[in-house]
Design a protein around this ligand. Structure first.
Ligand SMILES: N[C@@H](Cc1ccc(O)cc1)C(=O)O
Length: 529
């Protein structure tokens, strides 16, 4: 028998919908502020009704047939509630995803509660998610949609990551306050290459490090929508595809409405975006039998356009699923530091910086992020959070989060590099410094000059500093060393005449990390050793 939430009330009601609605609206007013936790292990409710903006679950109390319990489920887990409650959730994938918080909305809502779980049970399905190459790398804000695809793949479904080589030239107005600048075809080409690399890297790492016990891994296909638009000419496209779209519906989309109200308005190009995304879904439906599209919450309008188009042309039911927009506890979009994006490409954001970004997440968010951005079983997340509570100073939850995300994005080698860099920078580890490659050091000390210098027998600290132009000429430079402003490989050197010693000042990898003052780093690479 299920556990009844503590503040629940029992109502007598018949199953008549109008009476139900009346009670729902009363409930909505009286319980807007109270929160009940949904008990995932409880017997599934007999039926569920969504009453925006809150979710109301109606439980039938089994001992008494005419008595029902109405429970308000905490907002934010709305999808979870609906899916947990759906009749036969089959492999439990959707429930599992919603319990983690990875899924937010489903479209069309009612069908997604019943038919979609059944479809996923029936056999491997094809799920797609698109990414427009508006930059040469994806960023942390895209990670949850990719993780959504990975979960589907791990459960045996085939996934398509679509790179929008064509749609990037149109520019999606969803969630944007102004029209994007037009991108040249050369820029789009190189952006596509970067994004493909991100995706392929993440899919490979996921397979290598997170799917050891998953016998039924689905396939991955990366496609570029330019490959099908190239074959269309404008007149045929408008005449064959355009006629299925109604202006009224297109105008009603949130992305269009907000832009029409803005002083600059909206161009025909941007207005047509939803047609292209809808056609992509149709194309993938026809070619790959794809029936599910995944996207961020801002994509709901585009998902609906695809659904309507496919339904009209083929009579088929297809589905849209959204992943939530992840915000920090302060309400900022995840993946921005001081206004800059945190990228998935290591040339833009090194594995070390990505690791540090997740390591810095506040305690208030870390549990949620572990559920969203890692594949740890929920019981393990709870265990990590218990450790966190016992020893918050050591930040075990942030460490685990940072390690799991870095391994997914940059692989084992990327994670090792991030840890090495952390040891070099924050724990002054000489051993870690010796293991650093030239590239890693340059990545870590981005601003630091990297200087190749010829070693001469008897080179002193002073000479090395002068050669690197790390200190001024003359007496001022000399006294900077003697007064302790110069550090070599994390150790302060006081004697300017000290001859450089291999193994101490020159590491086994032929490098010297020189620091002058608090922050001025120089990497010296010795030639002729
Ligand atoms: N519109 C999506 C990207 C996308 C492109 C083409 C598609 O078919 C699907 C999605 C976005 O901006 O995030």
């Amino acid at each position: 028998m299920c556990k009844l939430p503590s503040k629940s009330k029992i109502y007598s009601l018949t199953s008549s919908m109008c009476k139900y609605s009346a009670i729902v609206s009363r409930w909505r007013i009286s319980f807007l502020t109270c929160r009940h936790e949904y008990d995932a292990n409880a017997t599934p409710p007999s039926w569920v009704k969504m009453a925006l903006p809150i979710v109301v679950v109606c439980w039938r109390v089994s001992t008494c047939r005419s008595r029902y319990l109405l429970t308000k489920v905490s907002t934010g887990s709305s999808f979870s509630t609906r899916l947990h409650s759906s009749a036969n959730d089959g492999d439990g994938l959707l429930s599992a995803l919603s319990r983690r918080g990875v899924l937010k909305d489903a479209f069309p809502e009612s069908a997604a509660q019943v038919q979609l779980p059944q479809l996923l049970l029936a056999g491997p399905q094809c799920v797609y998610c698109g990414f427009d190459p508006t930059a040469d790398s994806l960023h942390v804000g895209n990670l949850l949609a990719i993780i959504g695809l990975l979960h589907f793949r791990k459960a045996g479904h085939d996934v398509i990551a679509l790179v929008g080589g064509a749609t990037a030239s149109i520019g999606d107005p969803s969630g944007k306050t102004a029209e994007r600048e037009r991108l040249s075809s050369e820029v789009i080409e190189s952006n596509i290459a970067g994004i493909r690399q991100n995706l392929e890297c993440i899919f490979t790492n996921h397979e290598l490090y997170f799917c050891q016990n998953s016998p039924k891994l689905g396939t991955v296909t990366v496609l570029d929508n330019d490959s099908w638009y190239r074959r269309w000419n404008m007149i045929s496209f408008l005449s064959e595809v355009g006629r299925h779209f109604r202006m009224g519906t297109m105008l009603s989309r949130h992305s269009v409405q907000t832009r029409l109200k803005s002083p600059e308005g909206m161009s025909l190009t941007e207005f047509s975006y939803q047609v292209f995304q809808a056609y992509d879904f149709y194309h993938l439906n026809q070619q790959y039998n794809c029936k599910i599209q995944l996207g961020g919450t801002d994509q709901l309008g585009n998902l609906m356009s695809g659904h309507e188009f496919i339904h009209k042309v083929t009579g088929q039911e297809v589905y849209g699923l959204t992943v939530p927009l992840v915000t920090s506890s302060a309400g900022d979009k995840l993946g921005k530091t001081a206004g800059n994006a945190v990228w998935l490409n290591r040339d833009r954001t090194s594995p070390f910086d990505l690791y540090q970004y997740f390591l810095r997440q506040p305690d208030a968010s870390v549990g949620r992020y572990l559920r969203l951005f890692t594949f740890l079983p929920l019981a393990e997340v709870d265990h990590v959070m218990e450790q966190q509570q016992r020893d918050p100073g050591r930040r075990p939850a942030q460490r685990r989060l940072a390690a799991e995300v870095t391994k997914l994005v940059h692989g084992k080698e990327g994670l090792e590099s991030a840890k090495r860099c952390t040891n070099v920078l924050y724990h002054n580890s000489l051993q870690a410094l010796e293991q650093m490659s030239d590239a890693e050091l340059q990545e870590l000390f981005k601003e630091a000059p990297f200087l190749e210098m010829l070693i001469e027998p008897g080179t002193t600290v002073l000479e090395a500093c002068r050669q690197a132009k790390a200190i001024p000429d003359g007496a001022r430079g000399y006294s900077m060393v003697s007064e302790g402003a110069v550090w070599i490989n994390h150790n302060c050197v006081h004697n300017p005449e000290q001859v450089l010693i291999r193994g101490q000042h020159i590491l086994t990898n032929g490098l010297t990390l020189l620091r002058v003052g608090k922050r001025n780093y120089y990497i010296l690479k010795w030639l002729g050793l």
